[in-house]
Design a protein around this ligand. Sequence first.
Ligand SMILES: [Zn+2]
Length: 251
Amino acid sequence: MEQSLLEDLLTLSHEIGREDRGLALLGEGNTSVRLGPETFLVKASGTNLGTLKPEGVVECRLEALLPLLEKERLSDEEMDEALMAARVDGQAKKPSVEAVFHAWLLSVPGMRFVGHSHATAVNQILCSPRAHDFAERRMFPDEIVCCGVASVLVPYTDPGLKLAQTIRRQTEAFMQKHQHPPRVILMQNHGIITLGSTWRAVLAAMLMAEKAARIFVGAANLGGPVFFSKENVARIAGRPDEAYRQRELKI
Ligand SMILES: [Zn+2]
């Protein structure tokens, strides 16, 4: 089980790290998978998603990272110490500083995999004044099938503890409103997180969000985009043939 989850995590990482996709270059982005009730695997700091190997992945304990979210503040040194102390194997590399938000998102019921990248087209919008529209509106059916009826939007926040806390607050508000977890979290002036029960769902949401962003930017150049009405969004989200397609594609 653990071996196949590691293989799935490496596959997801290699797919997100493919240079031709423009999602993550060099050390950008990270991925994680929950192994069981107590631990998860996350990409180590300073490794490359496109060429990630088993030794570039660290197993961390959830109970060592989740309590950090209750802290008022943490110095960079304290954060480094907490990350090192969360490792199951003391010889393993240092986990990514973004491991704290991975830990929290992997604790959301039903979520097993998380992916994060600095996708080019998505960031064109997240570095513009139109980020709200991209998060809250939808333009075409497959965007709804893969990315959900709306995305969480997180204002720019200092990476590390503050960012993890802001992601938690915004995601909890989303779940309160929609009564289900999000597929996509958008961070202004930073990038995208996708989450799901399978690595395919995480990749599908990331690739479709990047495609939607390209369409958004192109449509904006032509005076748009023309968005779906609330009724159209609800209709697509509730169609049994779309649910069937999701099951068949394992997304
Ligand atoms: Zn990032």
